[in-house]
Design a protein. Structure first.
Length: 167
């Protein structure tokens, strides 16, 4: 990690140094050849503005270079922390979740839906089926699935209200 950081800082330093050298040689060449930049740089105010703008440019280049460097280092840090064996060990520390399945006249689909939920790849969960007044065999089919489920707890709650017809 320390070696990568040193390489990254060296790379940024090389970019900044080469940018300053190119800019410096460009200004010297224009001054020596009597280019139009020489006339502008003869005025003191314009020279100060040009130096100020050059300074702002260098600061911006440094800022973006450092931002890219720090992003790269954070990426390396995150990737190095990842370990597949550590995530498998943490599976048991995942929070318990409850999947609530509301069911109203779902006798045709309830078994397939519950079997699909029982096949989830999450280590710590339960399924709660709420039969909200079905007039078909939804409650009994869900109850049958809950009795056969050994690994994942499945609770079937009947509706407190009698079956009613919906318009």
């Amino acid at each position: 990690m320390r070696r990568q950081r040193t390489i990254a800082f060296g790379f940024i330093g090389l970019i900044v140094l080469s940018s300053l050298l190119v800019l410096g040689f460009s200004i010297l060449t224009l001054q020596r050849d009597g280019g139009s930049l020489t006339i502008i740089l003869e005025n003191t105010v314009l020279r100060m503005v040009a130096i100020y703008l050059l300074f702002i440019l260098v600061v911006l280049i440094l800022r973006y270079s450092i931002t890219i460097l720090l992003s790269y280092l954070e990426h390396i840090n995150i990737v190095s922390r990842r370990d597949s064996s550590a995530t498998e060990a943490n599976d048991l520390s995942l929070p318990m979740i409850s999947l609530v399945v509301p069911a109203y006249n779902e006798g045709v689909l309830i078994e397939a839906a519950l079997k699909a939920l029982l096949n989830l790849d999450y280590p710590n969960y339960e399924i709660i089926v709420v039969d909200d007044g079905s007039s078909d065999d939804t409650y009994y089919k869900a109850l049958r699935i809950s009795e056969t489920s050994a690994d994942v707890p499945v609770r079937v709650l009947p509706s407190p209200m009698p079956a009613r017809r919906r318009p």
